[in-house]
Design a protein around this ligand. Structure first.
Ligand code: UDP
Length: 502
């Protein structure tokens, strides 16, 4: 698109790893397409992750005009540990408190914008903030700019997430199923797809008051950027646009270019992607994967902050071993234990790790794995995932089908999208309450890993088609510019046109 002069965009993601990653990717994309300067503001711990991700990418032109601004954050006033700056490793109740405390960022963020305006001699062309920072609409106005809300999820999940909070309560009859405003009647939702707070919420409790108020304020933004593309969610995008009455620019899925080009075997990208260093070396992981047959490995991970219950962990291990399917499993202490603590072998069947290591059936990775390298390896055949949007897109971007085990947030809606609209997933369990048995785990794994016939083959073919659509939508080199790159250019044109001097 070429440079549009010395413009500045300021971003504020919420304090969760799964949001920092797409915000940073968006900043890089914007700079690459426009030459604009981008400042990402956040609290010190999260700035540390971003700094590490950026410095791992220091040769890239994309990061030369991306700046980081630290905002002080005081969580102790809210009953959280003083070093809490991330949703990582917090219980769901603590996440609720953390979210309510996001208001504390309002004043330092406003001051940052004032400083930038003074330094640049003009206000940023826009600010881009997470949907949970509805107050940013007023803050933007006060410094003479506009707020654009960026939903790091897809269209379906974002619409469901907004609608469940804005239309409480949900159980109006004895039925466990209900319709959700914004969705057509055919999309019936189930009470177990709601977070436990939402099942109880009546609209007046502190959680609902906080979420409803932030979401409805954010709907007064100039527009919405959505981390998806028109090709993979055409209907959901139409529903989202109708419901929010906002212009929605589809600018994703924001996956690293090297990943989409499938050139990861020669390019290690995990660090610049997440800013976190896995406890296992990428080389060791790849070496292990190289020993396996193409499409034979099941990768298992619950994202950056979830874990399962002790009994679920046992059942999963039993089913895995019985299925004889090769696997890489990112293990964390189960619910009820310190997530930062040591992983204990007693949480798994006796001798499990020794047996699967010895036979080369399984690789247990503690806490954090080089996910992109695993998903892009030819041996990986399916992903047992919590259905976080980043993980889902990273999987489909490589044509890898999913076994869903949604845990929280909009993950149950993502899982519904993958099953009902895309046909690339089956759901094994839902949340930490689901009772699962080893034989059910084995059956589901066998169904999905069988790529020669039936459901497994069908899911694989559909996932591959979606992978092609994702790669085409994000292509920004060569003759064919992808739809999501064009939408980003449209977005930039739109914000430039409303600038007073234009
Ligand atoms: N991730 C990773 N290694 C892990 C777990 C997660 O690199 O062991 C990355 C993953 O690639 C994805 C992000 O962390 O980009 C998780 O985001 P997602 O939206 O899937 O879930 P969340 O963590 O927000 O629940």
């Amino acid at each position: 698109m070429g440079s549009s002069g010395n413009e500045h965009i300021v971003m504020l993601p919420i304090l969760a790893h799964g949001h920092l990653i797409p915000f940073l990717a968006l900043a890089k994309r914007i700079h690459r397409r426009t030459g604009f300067t981008v400042t990402i503001a956040n609290t010190p711990l999260n700035i540390q992750y971003l700094r590490s991700a950026i410095s791992a990418d220091s040769n890239s032109l994309e990061t030369s005009h991306i700046f980081l601004a630290e905002l002080p954050f005081c969580s102790s006033d809210h009953g959280l540990p003083t070093n809490t700056e991330s949703t990582e490793n917090l219980s769901l109740d603590q996440i609720g408190i953390l979210t309510a405390s996001f208001e504390t960022l309002r004043s330092p963020f406003h001051n940052l914008l004032v400083d930038i305006k003074e330094k640049d001699g003009k206000a940023p062309v826009c600010i881009i903030t997470d949907v949970f920072f509805g107050w940013a609409v007023d803050v933007a106005k006060s410094v003479g700019t506009i707020n654009v809300t960026f939903t790091t999820g897809g269209a379906y999940g974002t619409l469901a997430y907004m609608s469940v909070w804005l239309n409480l309560p949900h159980r109006k009859t004895d039925s466990d199923e209900f319709n959700l405003p914004g969705f057509p009647d055919r999309c019936r939702f189930h009470i177990t797809q709601l977070h436990r707070f939402l099942r109880m919420a009546d609209g007046n409790d502190s959680w609902s008051r906080c979420f409803r108020s932030q979401i409805s304020q954010s709907l007064k933004s100039y527009g919405m950027l959505c981390n998806t593309c028109e090709e993979i969610e055409p209907e959901a995008l139409e529903w989202l646009r109708n419901y929010t009455k906002l212009p929605v620019w589809t600018i994703g899925p924001l996956l690293p270019q090297a990943y989409l080009r499938k050139s990861t075997s020669t390019c290690s990208i995990y660090k610049q992607h997440s800013g976190k260093i896995p406890e296992i070396s990428v080389e060791k992981c790849v070496e292990w994967l190289d020993l396996q047959d193409p499409g034979s490995v099941l990768y298992i991970s619950f994202g950056s902050q979830n874990t399962i219950s002790p009994s679920q962990m046992m059942a999963l291990a039993i089913g895995l071993e019985e299925s004889k399917t090769p696997f890489i499993w990112v293990v964390r202490p189960p619910i009820g234990f310190d997530l930062r603590g040591e992983f204990r072998s007693e949480w798994l069947p006796e001798g499990f790790e020794e047996r699967v290591t010895e036979s080369k059936q399984g690789l247990l990775v503690r806490n954090w794995a080089p996910q992109l390298e695993i998903l892009s390896h030819k041996s990986t055949g399916a992903f047992l995932s919590h259905c976080g949007w980043n993980s889902t897109m990273e999987s489909l971007g490589q044509g890898v089908p999913v076994i869903g085990w949604p845990m929280a947030g909009e993950q149950t809606y993502n899982s519904k999208l993958l099953i009902e609209e895309m046909g690339v997933s089956v759901e094994l369990a839902r949340g930490v309450q689901s009772d699962i048995a080893g034989n059910v785990v084995k059956e589901v794994i066998e169904l999905v890993m069988n790529k020669t016939a039936g459901k497994g083959l069908e899911m694989k073919q559909k996932a591959e088609k979606i992978g092609e659509q994702i790669r085409a939508a994000m292509a920004d080199e060569g003759e064919e510019i992808g739809s999501s790159v064009k939408r980003l250019d449209d977005f930039v044109k739109s914000i430039m046109l409303r600038r007073p001097e234009h």
